[in-house]
Design a protein around this ligand. Structure first.
Ligand code: ZN
Length: 291
């Protein structure tokens, strides 16, 4: 029997499932499409059942999920995806069926809280007391880790929906708030605002300058609110060459010298790309089992 931990990165387009060792070595992995809860959960259960039959023993499972989710252990809907705009997935119990099937201990959190934790344990944010992970992709989400623990509080952070100056008066694409951060700066919002897929926007397109302005306003607000030592900026949109550098320049400008940083540190050291690449999600699920 090989001892390992079951991990699930539950995303809006796919569920990445794997068995990993406690130090992050991947022993087996698969990708399952996010279709309906019934079909996807049945395939997830079938994958892990087959792994058990092949001799992989796991007594712990970590699930890092798209949200919003219910993280309150005292709630009747703990472990559920709650009111998501994703069709079919509102009020879906993720933890319950897996717990009933496998009887193992399950750690559950948002995908971005998981990624923030993994980045703070093994990635770009090691050695920090306050670390933030923001993904700027099809949507925008953010997780926060303070003193080694993901922030829950009332529900969990929803950084993607903060309100920011909308200097260019775009209508915004968020179905709830219009011109919130996600409504202005997610990949989907960029596509809607500019009528062109974000990845096809030319380097000198004004979209990128405006994108950097919005993300700089976000970083400004996060820096003055939570005092993070690292803000890790991940997701497909952040892969645009030069975007991070522009965000650093504009954040420096909006802060206007107000934050006195330690002598050996500049914003270039605080705003950074992820250290764990495309494994951050699954390593996030693993990290949750080690709290
Ligand atoms: Zn919103």
């Amino acid at each position: 029997m090989k001892d390992c931990i079951a991990v699930i990165e539950a995303g809006g387009t796919k569920f990445n499932c794997a068995l990993v060792t406690s130090d992050g070595e991947f022993l087996s992995e698969t990708r399952i499409g996010t279709t309906t809860p019934e079909q996807t959960m049945a395939e997830v259960i079938s994958y892990f059942r087959a792994q058990r039959e092949q001799g992989f023993a796991f007594s712990k499972m970590g699930i890092a999920s798209f949200g919003p989710v219910d993280l309150n252990p005292a709630s009747a809907t703990y472990g559920y995806i709650t009111a998501t705009p994703k069709p079919h997935w509102s009020n879906t119990d993720l933890v319950g069926p897996l717990k009933r099937e496998f009887g193992c201990e399950i750690a559950f959190d948002t995908d971005v809280n998981g990624a923030a934790l993994a980045e703070s344990l093994w990635g770009a944010a090691t050695g920090t007391d306050v670390a933030i992970y923001v993904t700027v992709g099809t949507g925008i989400g953010g997780g926060i880790v303070i003193n080694g623990k993901p922030v829950h509080g009332l529900i969990h952070p929803e950084l993607g929906h903060m309100l920011l100056p909308n200097r260019h008066q775009h209508a915004g694409a968020c179905p709830f708030h219009g011109d919130c951060l996600e409504g202005l700066a997610s990949g989907a919002a960029m596509g809607q605002i500019w009528q062109q897929a974000a990845e096809t926007l030319e380097d000198d397109h004004p979209a990128w300058q405006q994108q950097a302005e919005v993300l700089a306003a976000m970083c400004h607000n996060l820096l003055v609110t939570l005092s993070p030592q690292k803000i890790v900026l991940g997701g497909g949109v952040m892969a645009k060459p030069g975007l991070l550098e522009q965000v650093v320049i504009l954040t420096t400008k909006t802060l206007a010298g107000y934050l006195t940083l330690p002598a050996d540190m500049s914003l270039k050291d605080i705003l950074c790309l992820p250290g764990l690449g495309n494994k951050a999600g699954m390593l996030g699920a693993l990290a949750l089992t080690q709290l």
